[in-house]
Write a protein that binds this ligand. Structure first.
Ligand SMILES: [Zn+2]
Length: 292
């Protein structure tokens, strides 16, 4: 019986989630010519160690290394026919690292192609890919599925519907930019619309991750909270990423990042973690802040 996020949230709030996966893989030597999901087979010890570091830092949940595990995305590396293998392996690694009483999350990111009107990806094919990914994650034993960093409402709805077929709880996060008129995804979806529609399709937790730093995330969560009573997840980046000398840098340090944890909780976040640039050190400091 998989652990229920909704049941856990009845006992404790906020729940501490993990931080970035890509950042940690790169720190361990992943290069841009290798698809991260391949490490679930070729470098399992490294992936498992990243999950273990997040759990040890105090996170209640860690997310599998399967963000790019949609077959259309894997196809970029000629790996589409290994969709089931790579996602199942990723799920098993986070399950193996999961301490008793904690949560293993199956992670799903965008499919990498655009649906109409921007692109011409076939919704049936896109949904079928999400179904393959979600089923493999479920087979690998995850407790819950988190669909994240989505910007197209149509795509995330397809992903939620496909993931719900596993019978697991499904969480859904979109990624927002701050504009003069407020927060929107790059496809123009507002927090109000995201909150309503994602919950209506069946997501038990909705929210935001990536793109923005913790200060903007506080504002965004406050905005979400105006429009929904559904549990909210917030996973900010360690500031807005910038490129310097071919390296991606983040300006917000662990201490500063952690100082926003209580503010995020006050703004209405039920689950708090990090995204790009947020390492186990960040999560450890957040854990300490939230205990106070
Ligand atoms: Zn991110």
């Amino acid at each position: 019986m998989a652990a229920s996020i909704i049941e856990l949230l009845k006992k404790k709030k906020p729940l501490l989630w993990d931080g970035g996966m890509g950042t940690e893989l790169i720190a361990r030597g992943l290069t841009s010519d290798t698809l991260p999901e391949l490490w679930n087979i070729e470098r399992p010890d490294d992936v498992r160690a990243i999950h273990a570091a997040y759990y040890a830092a105090g996170a209640v949940a860690a997310q599998s290394n399967t963000f790019g595990g949609h077959p259309m995305k894997l196809e970029a590396g000629g790996l589409a026919d290994r969709t089931e293998e790579l996602n199942r392996a990723g799920a098993m690694l986070v399950v193996e690292a999961r301490p008793k009483g904690k949560i293993a999350v199956g992670d799903i990111g965008p499919c990498g192609a655009m649906l109409a009107p921007v692109g011409d990806a076939d919704p049936t094919v896109v949904k079928d890919g999400f179904r393959r990914q979600a089923q493999a994650l479920a087979q690998g034993g995850v407790d819950v599925i988190h669909i994240e960093t989505m910007f197209d409402l149509q795509e995330i709805v397809l992903a939620i519907e496909a993931a719900l077929e596993t019978g697991l709880e499904v969480m859904a996060s979109m990624t927002f930019e701050k504009a003069a008129r407020g927060f929107f995804t790059i496809m123009g979806i507002s927090p109000q619309r995201a909150a309503g529609e994602l919950a209506a399709v069946g997501a038990v937790v909705v929210g935001a991750n990536c793109s923005i730093g913790p200060a903007d995330m506080v504002e965004l969560i406050r905005e979400f909270r105006k429009f929904t009573a559904v549990p909210l997840i917030a996973q900010a980046n360690a500031g807005k990423p910038r490129i310097e000398g071919g390296k991606v840098l983040y300006d917000v340090g662990a201490e500063e990042f952690a100082s926003f944890a209580p503010l995020l909780a006050d703004a209405g976040a039920d689950i708090i973690g990090g995204c790009c640039g947020a390492t186990p050190e960040f999560i450890g400091k957040m854990s300490a802040k939230l205990k106070k």
